[in-house]
Design a binder for this molecule. Structure first.
Ligand code: ARG
Length: 464
């Protein structure tokens, strides 16, 4: 970035130039240049409206369009020269436009303020980001469906308190994350509706005295409507907070998933292996293969959660309407988008690189009396009240534990000591397959129910 010695946009009002340190402190061009293409898009719509309403001439409009087109190309080619003296993305572009096309460039800002301009730019940026993120969530969901489909019959222990609870299928476990991501996508779609409203026309805070047509600008930019109060239009950042909250929740889901992948990949558990391209070795221990990617996802969740708190704190004490504080919204928003975007991309690929070890999963499910609830349910179905059944099975588990065997290894006469209701058919009930198959209702782990859930998932994705 150069620092061309240039008169400030507002130099007429000031007796001395801004101090160097202050200039650096207040400038945002170092990061808000990310908004350049959205700023140009907004300016083109604004200029078209100004011309349509006879506030500027058609010649001015043509000049502005030509100038902005060139600037767009310079930005895309990375040849645009950003100047710190021009503070932010808006003034940099406006100055360049004036250099390129003369007075028409100076007329572009008629009926507009940087306050409604920046709010518009951020909304355009976020809308675009959300659309990309929604596609990435769908891609990750597809990866999950594909893996789940291969594992509706792969049995693993389900846990509560990280203790073996009941047998489930690996496919069923994966589909839990599909559901979370479905809600995540819904939240983003809902947020998008509130992002997609036009602040332009609010000008500095009170509206403008020119005969503008805000609806026309809204339509040109694909907004669903205009912000209906000019003070709110320039000061509202709810949409950014909502977005970041939705993003923090997505990261939280992926962080939980990551924690499980890390655990499953630990040689102590050994349920899965993650493809080498997502892992790193150790500089000192030659045997190590570390799950760096899931660990970093878990770590980066902290930074996105932090951005949410930063934005909430940014807004909590601000009086209406625009305050310079708002400039601090950009880096948290940008970093949230970038972090989430990269995380979703890498995750979709990582899921395809998971190697499942069904034997290890099955062995783990066979330990820890995962079918004890099935035995209790069996007794209940034969007429025993659930609490009594619970007690009978607890005693049976204690017996098996002392023997160092599974419930299914206990002979029928011995089992019958715990309840006379137990018959030969109990062994099917105590099997892992029997346990899974019996949970045969929507949302249950029975293989056919998981297959149905996967089919519903595919259906959902084809419609969204
Ligand atoms: N760079 C500023 C921001 O990001 C643009 C708006 C500045 N408005 C003002 N009145 N100083 O918020």
């Amino acid at each position: 970035m150069t620092s061309i010695q240039d008169k400030n946009t507002w130099s007429g009002r000031f007796a001395e130039p801004v101090a160097e340190l202050v200039k650096r402190y207040t400038a945002s061009v170092g990061f808000d240049q990310k908004l350049a293409l959205f700023d140009i898009e907004g300016s083109l719509a604004h200029a078209a409206m100004l011309s349509h309403c006879d506030i500027i001439s058609t010649q001015d409009l043509a000049d502005i369009q030509r100038g902005l087109e060139q600037i767009k190309n310079e930005v895309l080619a990375n040849t645009f020269i950003w100047s710190l003296d021009l503070e932010d993305v808006h003034l940099n572009i406006e100055k360049r436009l004036t250099t390129l096309v003369g007075d028409a460039g100076k007329r572009l800002h008629t009926g507009r303020s940087r306050n409604d301009q920046v709010a518009t730019d951020v909304r355009l940026y976020l809308r675009h980001a959300i659309d990309e993120l929604l596609a990435l969530i769908a891609a990750l969901q597809t990866s999950i469906l594909n893996l789940a489909e291969q594992h509706t019959l792969t049995i693993m222990p389900g846990f509560t308190h990280l203790q073996v609870a009941q047998p489930i299928s690996f496919g069923h476990h994966l589909m839990a994350y599909f559901e979370m991501l479905k809600r995540d996508a819904e939240r983003l779609q809902d947020t998008r509706r509130r992002v997609n409203r036009l602040p332009l026309g609010a000008a500095a805070l009170a509206g403008t005295s020119y005969p503008i047509k805000r609806e026309m600008v809204a339509e040109l930019l694909g907004f669903e409507g205009v912000c209906e109060n000019s003070l709110d239009a320039v000061s509202d950042r709810d949409f950014a907070i909502e977005f970041t909250a939705a993003a923090a929740l997505i990261m939280t889901h992926l962080s939980r998933f990551s924690e499980e992948l890390i655990l499953w990949m630990s040689p102590r558990v050994g349920f899965i292996d993650i493809a080498d391209r997502f892992c790193t070795g150790s500089s000192i221990m030659p045997q190590k293969k570390n799950p760096d990617v899931p660990e970093l996802v878990r770590g980066k969740t902290g930074r996105v959660n932090g951005h949410l708190i930063a934005l909430l704190t940014l807004m909590k004490g601000q009086p209406l309407a625009y305050n310079k504080d708002n400039q601090e919204d950009k880096e948290p928003i940008f970093d949230t988008v970038d972090t989430l975007n990269q995380t979703l991309r890498i995750y979709a690929d990582m899921i395809t690189g998971i190697k499942v070890k069904p034997e290890a999963m099955r062995n783990a499910a066979l330990q820890g009396y995962a079918t004890a609830t099935d035995l209790a349910d069996y007794l209940v179905k034969k007429g025993l009240p659930f609490r009594d059944a619970h007690e009978a099975v607890a005693l049976a588990v204690r017996f098996a534990e002392q023997r160092g065997c599974d419930l299914s290894d206990i002979s029928l006469p011995e089992l019958q000591k715990f309840s006379a209701l137990i018959e030969q058919d109990i062994y099917q009930v105590l099997s892992l397959e029997g346990s899974l198959a019996s949970r045969d209702h929507i949302g249950g782990t029975a293989p056919k129910q998981v297959q149905a859930a996967i089919a519903r998932g595919r259906d959902y994705l084809s419609q969204h």
